[in-house]
Design a protein. Structure first.
Lengths: 432, 95
């Protein structure tokens, strides 16, 4: 192919589509390459869409995008083997348009998002795997694909190739991901009649609920679970750090089946039909795991750049925002007639630093290490909290003062007085 | 023992017959140098199977393309991992 593009975007996920759309809108000649049969066929997410990020790219997305339910209620559960303790926040304020968050099904959403990019002028080719970057010295000048004669040239390449960003590693720009910086999540989608979902979650048509979970469901590992309501289905899953998965004997699918069998979760999916099982890695290393994100003729966006805010369960919005900012950087340089050199592309990093993306990641920079080194937050505390609640709630003739004393003692026995203070401090440092 | 096959049965694939995208570089390393063989525990599709004689066998047909096996094999770096050819492998209906 002798044709040359301004920019090649690798991948048609959230970051890739945001980048391709923004570049095409900015008048650049864009080629987007996707290895799946269709955009979305290789992509896995919970999935929640954050309106703010997509609105900044396609303001009227609500008119056309395939959306499942807008979220009116957020539940956070801490589970032990037989119980959950939780906080629920439900507000009618979330039930007024424009809605803030939606559940989505990625295979559907990504096709729509990519269609918007193509309508804006981007050229997308599917069923094509990019095998390596073409380099001229240190400068990226194009990509090699697995198609015959598959060398394609461009002035810049945006790597939106997801968490397993092989291209940057192969080119020697970045090193391989470490097990401690990534979580393995497995999930299933379960179909139920719409009315059943609405009755079980006490919600009306188009209203949705999110449950985020921690505790015994991660089997002692650093991890969390989730359950999201779609229109006619429920997605639920569990994810734990790979460094922890490496050190134990429970398979990911057994972990998921245990979670589904939990007495607080099983009734929510009872009678459903499971139609897909998926697994995916989530970058959870945070601020300190972010690699070099630009160089001569290349930029990294989305999961490939480890842009995920683990504790807030945000990733797709960071992907869209970084994809958009990478694209804007190129559009601005092109308009100014400046080359896509590393020095000029450093503007991308400046844009990231000014945005919520880097501000949020920096705020939680200590969190991954603190949680890695303090598994009691995933094991001991859920147990203690559950037992404390049960002691207080169960009426059994024991006086309240004795109950309080036994609860206090259970915490001290498990962690010591100093340990409790230390844990409180660590938790605060993690989220400060 | 729980069967992951029942889960994978719900998934859609286009298998690139005879062209596995992941290979074990050196079978001897798995057998003799790797004590934990954690790929046989951690692979969410159960693609890595522990055989009685200490060998690890890899069948990639059910691969979900997550990357776990490559990343956890950080001591031996014994996994040769590529994406499937364009259009092949797992094809998520919902994702």
């Amino acid at each position: 192919m002798a044709e040359k593009f301004d920019v090649i975007v690798v991948g048609a996920g959230m970051a890739g589509n945001a980048a391709a759309y923004t570049l095409a809108q900015g008048g650049l000649k864009v080629l987007q390459i996707e290895r799946g049969e269709t955009p979305g066929s290789k992509n896995v997410q919970g999935a929640i869409l954050y309106s703010d990020a997509i609105e900044k790219i396609i303001p009227d997305f609500r008119d056309e995008a395939p959306l499942e339910r807008h979220l009116i209620e957020q539940r956070v559960w801490v589970l032990d083997d037989t119980s959950y303790m939780g906080t629920h926040y439900r507000s009618e304020d979330f039930n007024k348009p424009p809605y803030n968050r939606y559940t989505i099904i990625r295979a559907h959403f990504d096709q729509w998002f990519n269609k918007k990019a193509r309508e804006a002028g981007a050229l997308t080719i599917c069923e094509t795997t990019v095998t390596e970057l073409l380099l001229d010295g240190k400068k990226v000048v194009g990509v090699r694909t697995d198609r015959k004669g598959g060398e394609i040239y461009a002035d810049a390449v945006i790597l939106a190739d997801g968490v397993n960003s092989r291209l940057a590693v192969k080119a020697g720009f970045n090193s391989e991901i470490k097990p401690k910086d990534v979580a393995l999540a497995v999930k299933e989608i379960h179909f139920l009649p719409q009315e059943t979902i609405e009755a079980r979650f006490n919600i009306g048509e188009e209203e949705g609920v999110v449950i985020e979970m921690a505790g015994k469901i991660s089997a002692g590992m650093m991890g969390t679970g989730f359950l999201y309501t779609n229109k006619e289905s429920i997605t639920l899953g569990v994810g734990c750090m790979l460094s922890d998965f490496k050190e134990q004997q429970v398979t990911p699918y057994e972990l998921l089946d245990r979670m589904k069998a939990h007495p607080s979760i099983a009734p929510l999916i009872a009678g459903s039909e499971m139609k897909e099982y998926a697994a995916h890695l989530i970058p959870e290393g945070g601020y300190n795991a972010i690699p070099q994100v630009y160089g001569d003729g290349w930029l990294i966006a989305g999961d490939a750049g480890q842009f995920v805010n683990g504790i807030h369960r945000e990733g797709s919005n960071l992907a869209m925002t970084t994809g958009m900012l990478a694209a804007r950087t190129l559009v601005e340089l092109k308009a100014a007639g400046k080359p896509f050199s590393a020095a000029n592309l450093s503007r991308y990093k400046a844009k990231l630093d000014e945005s919520f993306v880097m501000k949020d990641l920096k705020k939680y920079r200590r969190m991954p290490d603190i949680f890695h080194n303090n598994k009691q937050f995933f094991t001991t505390y859920p147990d203690l909290l559950s037992k404390a609640a049960q002691t207080l709630i169960r009426v059994d003739g024991v006086d309240k003062k004795s109950k309080e004393k036994s609860i206090k003692q259970s915490f001290i026995n498990a962690r010591t007085r100093l340990g409790l203070i230390g844990d409180a401090f660590k938790f605060w440092r993690a989220v400060e | 023992m729980l069967k992951v096959e029942e889960k994978l049965f719900q998934d859609r694939y286009r298998v690139d017959a005879g062209r596995p995208h992941i290979k074990i570089k050196d079978a001897e390393t798995c057998t003799h140098q790797c004590k934990s063989q954690q790929c046989t525990v951690c692979c969410p599709a159960g693609c890595y199977i522990q055989e009685g004689n200490g060998k690890v066998v890899l069948i990639t047909d059910g691969c979900l393309e997550c990357g776990t096996c490559r990343i956890i094999c950080d001591e031996h770096r014994n996994v040769d991992w590529e994406w499937p050819r364009g259009g092949f492998g797992i094809l998520f209906k919902f994702g």
